[in-house]
Design a protein around this ligand. Structure first.
Ligand code: COA
Length: 328
């Protein structure tokens, strides 16, 4: 059996920024309200005129990852693309990304949608495909244009989200130190109605009422509580099942949805501030892109080095949750 290691990372965020104050043009809100409840100060918004879509943003991030991994595009032998919003119904965004990267080896391309947890789901699949010898270099991206389904009249939800893309190349490793130790994936369908977007898909293909479009539906307080509980539970389980002391964790990268959620989980493990990666203030919740973006920023800031232990955890619609422990 082989092991896998991260050989390259990259990220891309659109240039256009909506600060909390900018949102006042759409509805009654304030910087204080948003910062106090979420820690979010601004978010990036994709621009169709600049050709910013899930696949194109992912291409920018992936090119950076390929460069850092010192790999050619055709070295990629599988693409896993996590997104809550594909470029098209079909072909999938992974295939569009193959084209944008100039990959001509006809590698397999698969989209994954597990909402905000999709990228860790995809990393888990990629790790298994490397461990069993099927592939050598898998490109795993999370790329999201949440702004394309945000209802900009719904102040209780749209303030929470932003756009961006993160990419990681997971490669077969001959280094025993770097590896993925374990991941835990879960989904609690009894809470599926707590965070749901029904329109635009098979059951409701068109918006019935254009004046009052039904978009993301969310029970914010229930999601908040479930997020803290599930992420803390999964982190405790993964540490216990891998015989890892919480002090051994060098960097904790939780899903960037809400600063209060991040702090509540980090407090349970007494992780000091310098061990917790936070960028939610800059980008808001970019769904399945939050963790790969934060991972690349942590590396660029020198907060993570080879042989460090990295704990990643996330939650989202489903309600799903996913946690992964690796040695970088
Ligand atoms: N600006 C100003 N006021 C706002 C507002 C905004 N952007 N959005 C909502 N409000 C108002 C509401 O209308 C409501 O007013 P009312 O009481 O007069 O009806 C009030 O603020 C609600 O406030 P409160 O109940 O204190 O909100 P909260 O503390 O539960 O915070 C969330 C709301 C959404 C920030 C919080 O529940 C949360 O972050 N939940 C998790 C959501 C999440 O992370 N989802 C993604 C998961 S991947």
């Amino acid at each position: 059996m082989y092991t896998s290691k991260i050989t390259g990372t990259g990220h891309f965020v659109p240039e256009k920024i909506y600060t909390n104050n900018d949102l006042k043009q759409f509805f009654d809100t304030s910087d204080e309200w948003i910062v106090e409840r979420t820690g979010i100060k601004e978010r990036r918004i994709s621009d169709a005129e600049k050709n910013e879509f899930p696949s194109t943003m992912a291409a920018h991030a992936s090119k950076m990852a390929l460069k850092k991994a010192n790999l050619e595009a055709n070295d990629i032998d599988f693409i896993l693309f996590s997104s809550t919003m594909s470029d098209y119904n079909f072909p999938n965004s992974a295939t569009l990304l193959q084209d944008l990267l100039g990959i001509t080896n006809h590698c397999g391309c698969l989209d994954v949608n597990s909402a905000c947890t999709g990228w860790i789901y995809a990393m888990t699949m990629a790790n298994s495909l490397i461990e069993n010898g099927t592939y050598k270099n898998i490109l795993v991206v999370g790329s999201e244009t949440t702004s394309s389904y945000n209802n900009w009249l719904d102040r209780s939800k749209c303030v929470l989200f932003g756009d961006g893309a993160g990419a990681v190349i997971l490669s077969r490793s001959d280094n025993e130190t770097s590896k993925i130790h374990k991941s835990i994936l879960s989904s609690d369908s009894t809470k599926k109605d707590d965070l749901i977007k029904k329109t635009g898909m098979a059951r409701k293909p068109f918006f019935v009422d254009k004046e009052n479009p039904e978009m993301v539906e969310m029970n914010g307080q229930a999601v908040f509580k479930a997020a803290v509980k599930t992420m803390a539970h999964q982190c405790a389980s993964i540490l216990e099942e891998t015989n890892t002391a919480k002090e051994e964790v060098d960097l904790f990268i939780p899903h960037q949805a809400n600063l209060r959620i991040i702090e509540a989980v980090a407090r349970r493990f007494e992780f000091p501030n310098e061990k917790v990666m936070i960028n939610v203030q800059k980008y808001a919740n970019t769904s399945s892109a939050t963790i790969p973006i934060a991972l690349n920023e942590a590396l660029e800031a020198g907060r993570l080095k080879r042989a460090d232990k990295l704990l990643l955890t996330t939650f989202g619609s489903g309600l799903t949750s996913a946690t992964l422990l690796l040695t970088y």
